[in-house]
Design a protein around this ligand. Sequence first.
Ligand SMILES: [Fe+2]
Length: 234
Amino acid sequence: MTNILGYRRPAPGTQPKHLHPPYVSSITRAPSKPLVYMPHTLTEVTGPLFGKEAVDVKACDLTRQHSDEPLGERIIVSGRVLDEDARPVPRTLVEVWQANAAGRYLHKVDQHDAPLDPNFTGCGHTLTDDEGRYRFVTIRPGAYPWRNHHNAWRPAHIHFSVFGPAFATRLVTQMYFPGDALIPYDPIFNCTADEQARNRLISVFDWASTIPDQALGFQFDIILNGREATPMEN
Ligand SMILES: [Fe+2]
């Protein structure tokens, strides 16, 4: 087999540690043996590619998936998907999932005592355009309690999955909101040692994408692999 040019590996500290004991689940999930270096093969550096036919054009608006609108604060979340050299990643699949405004997921494992919203499923997807841009209309998710430790609450967040040009660039991460008082206490946010890298998980309030009388705008750029990469969810 000919030599395959792999993707650059993330710089130390810019991705979450596998073992971060304050995030209790990481204790059983983290590898107990040293990692084995695996060179990227053809499978990891090519595909999968998603064409327009794989995408429901209405899936980028999470407020229009039911007969009525969901409760909560309408927001626009938009940004660009870039590679490590700041080049746009065009036509790549971006998926999101999130809790409703009350902090409840439509999922059988979520038994948080908060109401479900019959007009909110909390899942969306879209393809980036030729300049790597994506845009979602949704509602601001609520904070929710989790059982990691006594009185543990997750800051409001939106889960993202971005495929990029190859399996080796796939990123699963979480976007946070600026000024959220819960962020400094969140063990998942704090899994990433490097402060600058960690802060790339916090979106930026954005007047330019705010729609008057309609929705506030938040900007969240996502960088795949390389030194400036957005940290992966642990
Ligand atoms: Fe979550």
